[in-house]
Write a protein that binds this ligand. Structure first.
Ligand code: CA
Length: 279
């Protein structure tokens, strides 16, 4: 079936485009070719089943189809064994596809969809995007080119610059004796954390964030971090530093989430400190 340039009101094509090159879109409304079969859905697959050319979608009880663990329905596989092998390799994240449903819904406008989007309940933040490359749907395996898409969780940490403003010449005479942090975080109610039941962020402060001589200071790449403990989920914590010394105060926040759909956010961090004389 050739792509259609002009359609009658009843959906029939009145002007076909004969060309050696066809362009397909993930948005099926933009495709020029029509669905030559008009089945509902256009295609359906068992994600965890290995595709076999002998599997006939219209005969669910054929021996090459597999049972969905969710509904017990028997469907042919989508990806062939080499794709399953690739996904199971460390380079692709050791992914084992579950025996779950994936399908291409029929469109209301009669244009042929060319993309199947597979998502797995066992793998949140991971999708498979498969393309069908022939006008009219071809063999409808939707596996001529397949992309693995992954949304990575927000990880890592943020470290501040030195926020205390104490001249290097005073370094030997005084030190920070207490630090108070007040924080507000947001958009976190649905975030999963790792380890479970920990906060989205953990905070720590250090008072040796720069190493100073009387003339100048240089950034200390590995200061002595002291964790701040927010007792009972309170937004405020105070740390007594009297056994320690140091004037170069900075803070860091470490993100603890492993949820790829989560976007943890620190709204503000208010840091105060007390300075004491070193005896
Ligand atoms: Ca195909």
């Amino acid at each position: 079936m050739f792509p259609c340039l002009k359609k009658a009101v009843d959906g029939r094509c009145t002007l076909h485009l004969k060309t050696s090159t066809s362009v397909f879109f993930s948005k099926s409304r933009w495709n020029l070719d029509q669905d030559s079969r008009g089945t509902t859905p256009v295609a359906e697959h068992n994600l965890g089943c290995v595709a076999d050319t002998r599997c006939t979608p219209s005969v669910p009880n054929n021996p090459y189809a597999c049972t969905l663990y969710t509904t017990g329905q028997r469907l042919c596989g989508w990806l062939d064994w080499s794709a399953h092998d690739l996904l199971r390799s460390p380079a692709y994240g050791n992914i084992t596809l579950p025996r779950e449903y994936s399908g291409v819904p029929a469109t209301s406008h009669g244009n042929m969809p060319h993309v199947e989007l597979g998502s797995m309940t066992t793998l949140p933040g991971t999708w498979l995007l498969g393309f069908e490359d022939l006008n009219g749907g071809g063999d409808r395996d939707f596996a001529n080119v397949v992309f693995l898409l992954q949304s990575r969780p927000v990880t890592g940490l943020v470290r501040s610059h030195v926020i205390s403003d104490i001249p290097p010449s005073m370094d030997s005479h005084c030190a920070i004796s207490r630090v108070r942090i007040q924080k507000a975080e947001g958009g976190l109610s649905t975030c999963q954390t790792y380890p479970p039941a920990t906060s989205q962020f953990s905070y720590a402060i250090a008072t040796d964030c720069r190493t100073c001589t009387e003339e100048f200071c240089v950034r200390n790449p590995s200061p002595t971090w002291r964790p701040m403990s927010f007792v009972g989920g309170r937004p405020e914590a105070i740390l007594d530093l009297s056994p320690f010394s140091g004037t170069q105060l900075c803070w860091k926040a470490t993100v603890n989430t492993s949820d790829p759909t989560c976007r943890p956010e620190i709204f503000y961090l208010d840091v105060g400190y007390e300075l004491g004389f070193v005896p």
